[in-house]
Design a protein around this ligand. Sequence first.
Ligand SMILES: Nc1ncnc2c1ncn2[C@@H]1O[C@H](COP(=O)(O)OP(=O)(O)OP(=O)(O)O)[C@@H](O)[C@H]1O
Ligand SMILES: [Mg+2]
Length: 231
Amino acid sequence: MTNAVRPDSPARGREITVVGIDGAGKSTLATRLHQALNDAGHEAILIGKHRTDVPMDPGLSDYIDRLNALVYRRDPRIAQACGDHYWLLALAAWYTLQDTLVIEPALAAGTHVILDNAHHKILARYAVNPDVSTGLAEQVFSHLTEPDLVFFLRINARDALARKGEFTSLETGHSGGGDEDFIRYQNIVLAKLHEQEQHSGWLSLDVTDMDRDAVFKTAADALADRLQLAI
Ligand SMILES: Nc1ncnc2c1ncn2[C@@H]1O[C@H](COP(=O)(O)OP(=O)(O)OP(=O)(O)O)[C@@H](O)[C@H]1O
Ligand SMILES: [Mg+2]
């Protein structure tokens, strides 16, 4: 056995992740970056909670789709009945399969990965949950591939709500159905994201007064600067 890299193996792809509270503009930026990378001739895939295909492997695609249905496509009664520890571990199972079956093979094949909806927001949610140990939550995600670049889209919860318009019970931490419940809860999540940002290499952007084009332009410049990816 030798560890030598085969001369014909492609350069490893880059993983780019977008982090922020609900309504910060993560999916908008991730979609745009994915499109721009493809338009510029790069191989790139957009990964999120709705993508369940494993290229050229129907068996694994079917399995990951069934896990996705268990985690994301269930009714609120089931969510309540299963409890917080179950959902933490179910989400960790989902993120583990996504990482092992989709992200890692893509990166190894030289394809860039844009990850919308990374686990950081979940960590922030569990950090404000007194019933689940923060250490446990950190540990179940600690083996996931470290992204090459993380964009942290910062906006306060009131402005995020104005962008979103509506929200789910999960997005208030099941604390109520009013705007103030969303704002209180999301501002706590935001503070927890700020804590994760410390000692990280996240690229932090205050997007409060930035339109979609300005956010994209800033992110595109950072891709060129930090990862030498021209788009
Ligand atoms: N820079 C921006 N300025 C104004 N509105 C924006 C901006 N970026 C996104 N939006 C709008 O804000 C709303 C939320 O954006 P988006 O869905 O991208 O957020 P998100 O962070 O993915 O939210 P979620 O966590 O709920 O998935 C959408 O209606 C989107 O069109
Ligand atoms: Mg989104």
